[in-house]
Every structure is written in structure tokens, then in C-alpha cells.
Design a protein around this ligand. Structure first.
Ligand code: UGA
Length: 451
């Protein structure tokens, strides 16, 4: 393919391979800044939806941005990897799912890299390939680089560039996170790759440019795991303290979290005790880094404990229900909230599923409600439970309500609602959305409250 890339285009055209959660949000934000963006995915149905400006996933702001981008022809999507040739930078954002031993499956990374490389073999101009997928240290240099060089017949660092550039997007605020990141991590082996990517981000963020930290690819890859491992550990830490609080009358974990959070070395964020972390990243990434460390001959005991604490946290929730009800067999339990956090329909690794499984094992009769995640839960549970149309009908006739997700609509419920609708007003607040003082005439138990 002949070179048609003008100087202006050099800093203003990107392509994204893998139109999943990260790829789609990244593509939408690039396009929103007037940068010509090409999106590629093997899933035809997904590409069809995106090309009509529809978002195949639920993420605030995303669909609106996609509509504008498609209409203004700033975002073009297809199933043809060869379409990346028009851009100067390709971001690899394909999935890296878990294998049963915790390690990551690099099948999609390998396949996509091969396709990208075959296209680059035909291209004369310099082209940078950026690994944004979450991959363990050594993947960019040890897996991506040899495939890229073999199929493009070019040398990374010379005719083509290669960099690792992890993302830190949170579900529900991904667009805002992409537009206002706290840092940019660039892992590069050579100056040209580093400078090319730095220039792209400088053009993108302009006056709002966050700190750019440059390191070797292996370090950049590890930053992502260290970040998620630290956040997950913070949650398991506060959940550990919550379990201690539950056994200490008069003590509330929220007070402890607030107090320790004043110490700037600790900080107030991510210290909300709850039913345990969920979502597609923490568990997967913790397992991957534990597995990686093990392969390197190191037992990451702390991270194993983080995961074990999280797994056990579901039992803490069930124990609170048992504390009120005694046995759970035949008891009707209303589960309010199924998604792993509010404002999403995502139930991957959600604590609600762990709690439902335990209640089911103990013979409880379960009725669940969630504003968005019922459909996904129905698909994933291997047994039948009841689903309610709204929170009020879920509460009707229930022996106990367990609040599993901090949806705003649950916060609007009052003690009188629970008393009027339930057989007995027994509440387990696994998210601490209420104040115990609001439930003086009910049996209220909350995570981390010592009674
Ligand atoms: C997480 C990280 O926060 C992102 O920085 C990262 O980019 C992303 O994973 C990823 O690797 O892709 P996300 O999974 O969207 O983002 O959700 P979070 O908001 O981090 O929440 C994760 C879980 O922790 C939720 O179940 C949430 O309820 C729980 N959580 C969070 C707590 O129980 N307590 C807290 O104080 C905070």
C-alpha cells in the first residue's frame, strides 16, 4: 500500500483492534476530539450495531458519543484488520480472558497481532502498535513483538514501533476516566515509539495533559496489575476490619474507615466495606498476577489472601441473615441488587451471585430484583430463583431483605416500606446504604456494625 499519510494526519488518525469495553470507550473518546478513528472487531453483529451509532454495552455517555462520531464520519468500524493501514497508530484492545489456572489466554492477542502485522507488511510508512490489553509482564516484548516482526518483516524500533500503554477505566465512569486520566503510562523500548505515542497524547489532552510516565514495557504491564491488586487489597483489608467490627459491640467500620482515611498515607478512598469486590477485572487480574508470580518462583501470599478474604466475604453477609433468622431453610429472602456495582448491568464476579449460591445451598427461597441486571443473572444462574419487577414486589412477604448493590433507588426506601411489605422487617445491609438509626423498629444488620 502506498503512503498517503500527510503530516497533519500523522498525529490525528488512530485505529483500535478489539471493540470490547475498553476499545469502544477509547475509540469514542478519540473520535470525540476530532481524531479520525478506525475500529476493528471480528464480531459482525457488534460492528453492525456500532456502525449505526448504537453501543453494544451499557456505559453512560458512550452511545451519545458513538452516534455523533459515526454521523460525523470520525469513527468508522469494520471487521477488516487491513483498515488499520490508513491510521498511524493501532491500539490493541482485545480481551485476555482467564484460563482455569488463573493465567491469561493470549489467543486473541496473538491472532490480532498477526493480522495487524500482515497489514503493516504492505505499508511503507512508520506505524506504531500499542498494547492496551491487560497482559502480564513480558507479553509485549515476548509475545507481541516476535509475531509483529515475523509477519510484517519489519524491525520493531525502526520501521514499526511498539509500546505498552495500560488503561485504568472504571465501568460507569469510563468515558470520564478516558478524558481525564490521572496518569498515562508508556512502556517503550525505543525513543521513536515513546515520542510518537507521547505526541499523540499531547495532541489529545493539550492543556489537560496528565503526567506521562515512561518505562520499559514490562514495567508498564505490571503497573496495571499493581494498581488493581492494590485497590482489591484495600477492599479486602477494610472488609477484614469490618468482620472484626461485627464482633465488637458498639463499633462501626465506617467510623474506622473515616478515621484512618484522614492519614494521608492511607487516604479515604476505596475503604467502603461491602459484600466483596466483583467485576471483570479485580479477580481476573489478581489471579493472573498470582499465577505469574508463581511461575517466577514466588508465592504472592498477600494477593492470595486478598482473594480468599473476598471469597469469604459472602459468608459474612449470609451470617448476618442467619443471625436474624436462625436457619435459612424455607425462608424467603429478597435480594436487592445483582450487579457488581450500581449503574451497570454487569454481574461478572458479582458478590450477589456468591451470596445467592450460599443461600440456595442452605435451602432459602430467593426472590431477586435489580434495575438492570436481571437478564444477565437469569442467563448465568444454573438453577431457578424468582425475579421481581421492582424492589417493592421483591420485599412483599419476604422474611429478610439483603441489600447487595448500592443502587440509588434502594436508598429511597424507608423503614415503613420494609415494615409494610415484608413478613418481618429483617434487613441485611451489605452495602451500608442506610443508617442503623433509621431502622430502630426493625431487625437491621449491616456489614461492619458490631452488635
Ligand atoms: C476497576 C478499577 O477501579 C479500574 O481502575 C480498572 O481500570 C478496572 O478495574 C479494570 O481493570 O478494567 P471496575 O471493575 O470498573 O474498575 O470497578 P470499581 O469501581 O473499581 O469497583 C470494583 C468492585 O469493588 C465493585 O464490586 C465495588 O463495589 C467494589 N468496591 C469498590 C468496594 O467494595 N469498596 C470500595 O471502597 C470500592
Amino acid at each position: 500500500m502506498s503512503s498517503r499519510t500527510s503530516k497533519k494526519k500523522a498525529s490525528s488518525s488512530v485505529s483500535i483492534v478489539g471493540m470490547g469495553y475498553v476499545g469502544l470507550c477509547t475509540a469514542a473518546t478519540f473520535a470525540s476530539r476530532g481524531i479520525t478513528t478506525r475500529g476493528v472487531d471480528v464480531d459482525q453483529e457488534r460492528i453492525r450495531q456500532i456502525s449505526q451509532g448504537r453501543a453494544p454495552i451499557h456505559e453512560p455517555r458512550l452511545e451519545g458519543m458513538l452516534k455523533v462520531a459515526v454521523k460525523r464520519k470520525l469513527l468508522k468500524v469494520s471487521t477488516e484488520t487491513s483498515d488499520i493501514a490508513d491510521s498511524t497508530t493501532t491500539f490493541l484492545t482485545v480481551g485476555t480472558p482467564s484460563r482455569t489456572d488463573g493465567s491469561i489466554d493470549l489467543t486473541f492477542v496473538r491472532l490480532a497481532t498477526e493480522q495487524i502485522a500482515k497489514t503493516l507488511a504492505q505499508k511503507e510508512d512508520y506505524h506504531l502498535v500499542v498494547v492496551k490489553s491487560t497482559v502480564v509482564p513480558g507479553t509485549t516484548n515476548g509475545i507481541v513483538r516476535p509475531i509483529l516482526e515475523a509477519y510484517s518483516h519489519k524491525k520493531a524500533g525502526q520501521e514499526i514501533g511498539l509500546a505498552a500503554n495500560p488503561e485504568f477505566l472504571k465501568e460507569g465512569t469510563a468515558i470520564d476516566d478516558a478524558l481525564n486520566p490521572d496518569k498515562i503510562i508508556i512502556g517503550a523500548n525505543d525513543e521513536k515509539s515513546r515520542d510518537h505515542l507521547t505526541r499523540l497524547y499531547k495532541d489529545f489532552y493539550r492543556r489537560k495533559l496528565p503526567p506521562i510516565l515512561v518505562m520499559v514495557p514490562e514495567a508498564a504491564e505490571l503497573v496495571k496489575y499493581a494498581s488493581n491488586a492494590f485497590l482489591a487489597t484495600k477492599i479486602s483489608f477494610i472488609n477484614t476490619i469490618a468482620s472484626v467490627c461485627q464482633r465488637t459491640p458498639g463499633v462501626d467500620v465506617n467510623q474506622i474507615a473515616e478515621a484512618i482515611g484522614h492519614d494521608p498515607r492511607i487516604g479515604p478512598l476505596f475503604l467502603k466495606a461491602g459484600p466483596g469486590y466483583g467485576g471483570s477485572c479485580f479477580h481476573k487480574d489478581l489471579q493472573a498476577i498470582i499465577h505469574y508470580a508463581k511461575e517466577k518462583g514466588f508465592d504472592a501470599v498477600l494477593l492470595r489472601a486478598t482473594e480468599e478474604t473476598n471469597e469469604n466475604q459472602a459468608e459474612q453477609v449470609v451470617e448476618l441473615a442467619q443471625k436474624i433468622l436462625g436457619t435459612l431453610g424455607q425462608k424467603r429472602i429478597a435480594i436487592l441488587g445483582l450487579s457488581f456495582k450500581k449503574d451497570t448491568d454487569d454481574i461478572r464476579e458479582a458478590a450477589s451471585i456468591r451470596v445467592i449460591n450460599k443461600l440456595h445451598e442452605k435451602g432459602a427461597e430467593i426472590v431477586a430484583y435489580d434495575p438492570m441486571a436481571v437478564r444477565n443473572t437469569k442467563k448465568s444462574l444454573p438453577y431457578r430463583i424468582d425475579f421481581a419487577q421492582d424492589s417493592r414486589s421483591a420485599l412483599e412477604g419476604a422474611d429478610c431483605a439483603v441489600i447487595m448493590t448500592e443502587w440509588d433507588e434502594f436508598k429511597r426506601l424507608r423503614e415503613k416500606d420494609f415494615k409494610a411489605l415484608m413478613r418481618n422487617a429483617n434487613i441485611v445491609d451489605a452495602r451500608r446504604i442506610f443508617q442503623p438509626s433509621d431502622f430502630e423498629h426493625s431487625n437491621y444488620q449491616g456489614i461492619g456494625i458490631g452488635t
